[in-house]
Design a protein around this ligand. Sequence first.
Ligand code: 3PG
Length: 218
Amino acid sequence: MAITAHNASQFMRRICTAAPIMPVLVIKDANTATDLGLALLRGGLPILEVTLRTPAALDAIKVMSDLPGVTVGAGTVLNAKDAEAAKDAGAQFAVAPGATDNLIEACTALDLPLLPGAVTASEAMQLLDHGFDFMKFFPAETSGGAAALKALAGPLPQIAFCPTGGITAQNATQYLALPNVICAGGSWIAPASLVEQKNWGAIQQLAADAAQMPSSKI
Ligand code: 3PG
């Protein structure tokens, strides 16, 4: 079954209203995935992005996709091969830093909802032509930050974004206050040092703080 870009965006908009922050996870050891997923879930962040940047990522997705209440997607999905591997591992969505026609076609054919990346008006308009109206704004902080995203809301109010890249506990609320932001993504919720220490309590607290952030939620 194939999913349309419009339906993919609808799906992503729906799940991303569950929490203001989507943790971006770089998992080195799949054996940590259950405890990490549960800490984030208990903190109030049920939508997780596991980046395909480590050899453990696909196994971690498999583990997390079995956790009740967790919705896990694959991040750093760059091409059809990544999309297939993500789907096979149980990812319920794919996130990309940008977008290519090949990736869009592959995710459509795989029935894998895609959150594609855009940072300029032209990139956003091209994705809108495909049917996407929810996009990752990446890399957010170095691309003009919240001010740039606010400016895009003027001519492109029909597009919502999930900014990621340089988002922190300190600057996230600037983004979440914008009318065209549904949620923001970031890796600060699960720092490698805390995962290595298996400090699940501290990660749960970071997640709880993020889950409480005020959001305009369009
Ligand atoms: C990424 O894909 O790396 C995300 O955008 C996370 O960026 P961050 O590490 O700056 O939060």
